[in-house]
Write a protein that binds this ligand. Structure first.
Ligand SMILES: [Zn+2]
Length: 126
């Protein structure tokens, strides 16, 4: 996203990881897809390993090289499961507490105002 101007004038900046005012929404209509994608990839990797075709599996799913062939299985599954393809970004304005939710995957946002002042930090993980 880069930068998003809140209705209050504050600039919400999205240029690093682990932001305490950013989150992701996974719409319920995509939960089954994400779950199925995860389990199918785990199953196919385990099948490949059991059949001595680990390298073939890696080449089928990644561009080798540069993708390495000595990663842990969990790292490869992580790389395959790109949940952010299905999620919408959500930001909290640190100044006024408004919530901005991405409309689909458009990189456009709709703002929602909080009903009280005591809900700042809703995305900080605490
Ligand atoms: Zn604001």
């Amino acid at each position: 996203m880069g930068k998003l101007k809140c209705k209050c004038g504050h600039i919400i900046v999205d240029q690093t990881d682990n932001l305490e005012y950013k989150g992701y929404i996974l719409p319920d209509v995509f939960v089954d897809d994400v779950s199925l994608n995860l389990t199918n990839n785990i199953d196919s990797l385990l099948d490949a390993i059991n059949n001595g075709k680990r390298i073939e599996w890696i080449k089928k799913h990644f561009n080798v090289p540069p993708y390495p062939t000595d990663l842990k299985e969990s790292s490869m599954i992580h790389d395959l499961i790109n949940v952010t393809d299905k999620t919408q970004d959500i930001f909290e304005c640190e100044n006024c507490g408004r919530i901005a939710i991405e409309i689909g995957k458009t990189n456009k946002f709709k703002f929602f105002s909080p009903e009280s002042d005591d809900n700042k930090g809703i995305l900080n993980g605490n």
